[in-house]
Every structure is written in structure tokens, then in C-alpha cells.
Ligand binder design. Structure first.
Ligand SMILES: Cc1cc2nc3c(=O)[nH]c(=O)nc-3n(C[C@H](O)[C@H](O)[C@H](O)COP(=O)(O)OP(=O)(O)OC[C@H]3O[C@@H](n4cnc5c(N)ncnc54)[C@H](O)[C@@H]3O)c2cc1C
Length: 373
């Protein structure tokens, strides 16, 4: 049966970015309909590593990450749940002088954005983190970083948006859209039609399809970070830690119940069409070897599960955030390139400002789609 809905803003994609945008829009009183092909938070937003990390980001991302970090500290107020957010600190670990120099450079740049990471030499880092192996020669700690549970956080953004009055349609895939007079008409499976003044594209690794409806061809590539988790171990990892180098970098965190989640050292296999991913055993083994060498207590830990998730990567590995190049009223927010979970709360607020005010005070020029023109 066909149904036509009308809203100020239509959103395609119910990951953390779409749901956070919907929530912020509702908090400002706009009417919102969000279409989600499957279940909200079931793709990258619900299966990621859970790192809430500012450290190591492209410096242009720091104003966004800062804005988001402020909201992570107020999760209870935003989504009526703490999201299991823990301010554990984030350690970037160097195994060579060259890696240490990269950390020093980043620390200098980040200071201009009000972020003070603490550089630790060989002795200082081992005093504070006795679980580190001999090959680590130093590192950098950003104490205000941490981690959260993506399986909880992302669906809860959807629940909070719905409670605030957003009309969220799950299992409803948008199949086409056009600009029509003063606004947009989006068609979804099942005969649903949606009219809106503004259209927001938060379709994650599928966002390039939505952009293509409006003649915008973007080089967004699906990739799958490779994830693993160990059996529960006595708690000892009192900071999230990431090794530089080691293929794609290897990272780990320990949750309160004892399991160590780790990833990196390569990728799994994403299937964008069937919306499925598989972890790759060789990659898991490589990541396991790298962390066991740097954290000897993990040498005999048993891995109980591996998984992946489909994420959209841009060629320069930073997202597209801002107005479309071809179509007034269309706003993109996608291509988060493996680090968009932390940015979800803040970018939702930014996109809501773009939708309602046509501007934001947070600098987003670097993320314009124009850079690929
Ligand atoms: C394994 C893994 C580990 C990661 N680790 C971290 C980390 O530690 N820290 C960090 O900050 N980031 C991390 N990331 C990245 C982060 O998860 C993503 O950047 C972020 O979740 C992207 O959110 P999103 O809302 O843009 O996309 P998604 O969560 O993919 O949501 C997009 C949604 O759009 C829907 N959709 C697509 N097309 C349509 C359509 N036509 N109609 C309706 N709905 C549609 C999809 O079904 C999907 O639910 C990781 C990612 C992965 C995969």
C-alpha cells in the first residue's frame, strides 16, 4: 500500500550519524523521517571497535572530535544511557625513534586545538603501564580518550531520536530520490514516498549510491576492519592502546568483564551487496602476534570470536561533510574511513545546523565534497 510522508528533513541511513542527526534535529524542533534498510545501528556503527579516540586523527578533524568528545561526557543526558563510555585514556605506542618523532609532531599540532597529549619515554611508560613489553620504547597518552559499547550506543541514538519525535522507519530501503521544486521526493521499498525540504545522506558505505542519484560520483570504497575478541581475562589493560606501524596499526582495549577486543594488521572481506563481512584468519593471527609481542600477558589468550563491518573509505581517509555540489538542500555526511564512531554525536549536531541554519560554526571546510571535483 502506498503511503506519502512529509517532513522538514529526510535522512537516509540509520547508523550513528543518521540517528544522531535525527536526534539533534528533533531537539531543535524540526520534523524528521529517517529511512533505514535494515535495523538502526546494525552496520558499521554497531559492530565497530568502540574506540572513542581523538588522538592520532588528522588535525583538521580535531574541532569535530572535540565537539563530539564533549557530548560523550554527557551521554546519559543525550540518550538516557552512559553507552558504557569509559574514559580510559588512549596510548599510542612507539617501537622506534621514527615512530616517537611522529607522536611528538602530532602532540605539537594538537596543542593548537587545546588537546594536551602526554609524551612518555621508555622508563616512564613502563612505570605507569607495567604490562608493556620490552619492544615499546615510548608513547603518547591522551587521558580524555576512551571507549564505549557500539552495540549499545548506536541503537540507543535511534531510540532517543524516536522518543524525541523522529519518525524512524526500519527495514525500509530508499531506492531513489529526486529534487522536485522546493524540496525532495524520496521513494522507498514498499511504495513509501517521502517529501522533504532537506535531504541528509548518512548511508555509510552505501552513501555513494545515494550521491549518484543526484549526479555526484564519489570514490567511496567499502573496506572491513578485522576485529577479534579474547576470552575474559583478569582486568589489567588500564588504557586503550594502539601500536603504530605493524601493517595497518594494531589496537586493543579491555572491557570491564575482562575480554580484550583487538583489531588491525589488515582487513576482512566486505560484501556491500549482501551486506555481510568476514574476518580473515591470517589477519587475525598477524594482529594477535603483534599484540602478544608488545603485551606479553596476552601471549596465551584465546580468541573466541572474530568479525568485521562494512565501512566507507574516502581516498584521503577523511569524511565528506557538507552540502552537495550538484543539488541545493542535499547534505552529505559519510565516508568516515574507519573512525566515525567517535564523531557520531558531534557530527549529528553539525549536520542538524547545516540542515536548519545552512551553516555551522565548527570548521568543516576540509571535508567538502568539492575536494574531489
Ligand atoms: C570493524 C570496524 C571497526 C571500527 N572501529 C572504530 C573505532 O574504534 N572508533 C571509531 O571512531 N570508528 C570506528 N569505526 C568506524 C565507524 O564504525 C564508522 O565510521 C561509523 O559507524 C559510520 O557510521 P554511519 O552512520 O556513517 O554508517 P553506518 O553505521 O554504516 O550506517 C549507515 C546505514 O545506512 C543504511 N543504508 C544504506 N543505504 C540505505 C538506503 N538506500 N536506504 C536506507 N538505509 C540505507 C545502512 O543499512 C546502515 O545502517 C569502525 C568501523 C568498523 C567497520
Amino acid at each position: 500500500m502506498s503511503e506519502t510522508l512529509t517532513a522538514d528533513v529526510a535522512i537516509i541511513g540509520g547508523g550513528i550519524h543518521g540517528c544522531s542527526t535525527a536526534l539533534h534535529l528533533r531537539r531543535r524542533g524540526a520534523s524528521v523521517v529517517l529511512l533505514e534498510s535494515g535495523l538502526c545501528g546494525a552496520q558499521a556503527s554497531g559492530v565497530n571497535f568502540g574506540g572513542v579516540r581523538q588522538q592520532g586523527r588528522h588535525l583538521d578533524e580535531l574541532p569535530l572530535a572535540r565537539r563530539s568528545r564533549a557530548l560523550w561526557g554527557r551521554m546519559k543526558e543525550l540518550i538516557d544511557h552512559d553507552g558504557e563510555f569509559v574514559q580510559s585514556g588512549h596510548l599510542r605506542l612507539a617501537c622506534s625513534d621514527a615512530e616517537m618523532a611522529v607522536l611528538e609532531d602530532w602532540a605539537k599540532g594538537a596543542r593548537e586545538f587545546g588537546l594536551n597529549s602526554e609524551l612518555l619515554g621508555r622508563n616512564a611508560i613502563r612505570d605507569r603501564y607495567p604490562w608493556l613489553g620490552e619492544r615499546v620504547i615510548g608513547g603518547s597518552l591522551l587521558a580524555e580518550d576512551g571507549h564505549a559499547n557500539p552495540r549499545v550506543v548506536s541503537p540507543l541514538f535511534a531510540r532517543a531520536a524516536r522518543k524525541a519525535g523522529a519518525d524512524i522507519r526500519e527495514n525500509t530501503k530508499a531506492v531513489g530520490g529526486v529534487r522536485d521544486g522546493a524540496g525532495f521526493v524520496v521513494e522507498a521499498e514498499g511504495g513509501l514516498k517521502l517529501r522533504s525540504r532537506v535531504l541528509v545522506n548518512t548511508a555509510g558505505a552505501w552513501a555513494r549510491d545515494v550521491a549518484a542519484w543526484f549526479g555526484e560520483i564519489v570514490d567511496e570504497e567499502p573496506r572491513s576492519p578485522n576485529m577479534n575478541v579474547t576470552e575474559p581475562l583478569p582486568f589489567f589493560l588500564n588504557a586503550n592502546a594502539a601500536l603504530m606501524g605493524e601493517g595497518d596499526g594494531v589496537y586493543m582495549r579491555q572491557v570491564e568483564r575482562g575480554n580484550v577486543v583487538f583489531g588491525g594488521a589488515g582487513r576482512g572481506t566486505p560484501d556491500r551487496i549482501r551486506r555481510r563481512t568476514r574476518a580473515v584468519m591470517e589477519v587475525s593471527a598477524r594482529a594477535g602476534r603483534a599484540i602478544a609481542m608488545s603485551v606479553p600477558a596476552l601471549r596465551h589468550a584465546r580468541v573466541i570470536r572474530t568479525w568485521g563491518g562494512i565501512e566507507g573509505y574516502m581516498p584521503d581517509e577523511v569524511p565528506i561533510i557538507g552540502p552537495s555540489r550538484t543539488t541545493p538542500g542535499l547534505i552529505h555526511s559519510f565516508g568516515y574511513s574507519g573512525h566515525g564512531f567517535q564523531l557520531g554525536p558531534g557530527c549529528g549536531a553539525i549536520v542538524a545546523e547545516l540542515a536548519l541554519d545552512g551553516r555551522t560554526d565548527t570548521p568543516i571546510g576540509h571535508f567538502s565534497i568539492d575536494r574531489f571535483a
